[in-house]
Design a protein around this ligand. Structure first.
Ligand SMILES: NC(=O)c1ccc[n+]([C@@H]2O[C@H](COP(=O)([O-])OP(=O)(O)OC[C@H]3O[C@@H](n4cnc5c(N)ncnc54)[C@H](OP(=O)(O)O)[C@@H]3O)[C@@H](O)[C@H]2O)c1
Length: 260
């Protein structure tokens, strides 16, 4: 029976790179994001490589978005065996100066929607086959970062959730992996002026989305718990585990030029 991989946040950046890496492995795809036009263009390109591609254009912040996606999957009888839970947003700026609604939306998309997608996937996929869940976290999951407070907290949540789920699913033919990229060349930083400043500061460490997605996909297939692409990012994540907590926060603040 034909199987499909669901990719959220597939229209751009890391999600789009995942779509190409999956297609290169002859995996059929269900691409999810808001931009129907970008999804359709991408679907045409990928279909030409010989895989089957479906698109679901939906705002994941709308009520019951995850339910709507799985209702469609059930009604079309698409057999899903992999979920790449990748859609996420974030912004840079002091907590008290940012819009509260935007920060609540960041929490909703990065945590609640990701959890709903994982839960519905586990309950709406064939348990007798090997199944796969990749959750995109961030190196921000390893340390609190002032002026990225909500974003890094959501990523710490994803990392913790994914590590537990990996353990719970060990005996059940379900691979579960957290992908923790550092700075990656995507449109993620294009939104606000603050974000563009962050990218300028990190230019030397930015990785291509293709490398990040490939390492994520290969780690998922091998059932690695955590994948941190890039040596600098790996060293940073380990250092954050070893340093005293207070020093971790002040070092992160210094890195982003944030004064106490
Ligand atoms: N870039 C980095 O440096 C970096 C580092 C660490 C972790 N990450 C994580 O990697 C993941 C992908 O980010 P990226 O860098 O590829 O960012 P991106 O280029 O901005 O892409 C984000 C994707 O998410 C989709 N999306 C955003 N809001 C959505 C919504 N409300 N409903 C449905 N889809 C939505 C976007 O599609 P539409 O706009 O078409 O909806 C797009 O496909 C995120 O979880 C991010 O936190 C990124």
């Amino acid at each position: 029976m034909k199987t499909y991989t669901i990719i959220t946040g597939a229209s751009k950046g890391i999600g789009k790179a995942f779509a190409f890496e999956c297609a290169a492995k002859k995996m059929n795809l269900i691409l999810v994001a808001r931009s129907a036009e970008l999804l359709n263009k991408l679907a045409d390109e990928l279909t030409a490589t010989g895989v089957e591609v479906k698109t679901i254009a939906i705002d994941l912040l709308e009520a019951k978005a995850a339910d709507k996606i799985f209702d469609r999957i059930k009604s079309e009888q698409w057999n899903v065996n992999m979920l790449i839970n990748n859609a996420g947003i974030g912004d840079h700026g002091a907590f008290a100066k940012q819009s509260l609604q935007h920060q609540l939306n960041t929490m909703q998309l990065n945590m609640n929607v990701m959890v709903e997608m994982a839960y519905l996937f586990l309950h709406n996929s064939d348990k007798t086959q090997k199944r796969y869940i990749l959750n995109t976290a961030s190196t921000g999951a390893f340390q609190p970062v002032p002026n990225f407070s909500i974003y890094t907290a959501t990523k710490a949540f994803i990392l913790s959730f994914t590590e537990s789920l990996h353990f719970e699913m060990k005996q059940q033919l379900v691979h579960v992996t957290a992908l923790c990229p550092g700075g990656t060349e995507t449109e993620f930083f294009s939104g606000s002026e603050n974000m563009q400043k962050v990218v300028k500061k990190n230019q030397a460490y930015m990785m291509p989305a293709k490398d990040v997605a490939l390492q994520g996909l290969e780690g998922l297939l091998k059932n690695k718990t955590i994948i941190i692409p890039g040596l600098v990012n790996k060293v940073g994540a380990v250092a954050a585990q070893l340093m005293p907590r207070k020093m971790v926060v002040s070092t992160a603040a210094k890195f982003f030029d944030i004064k106490e």
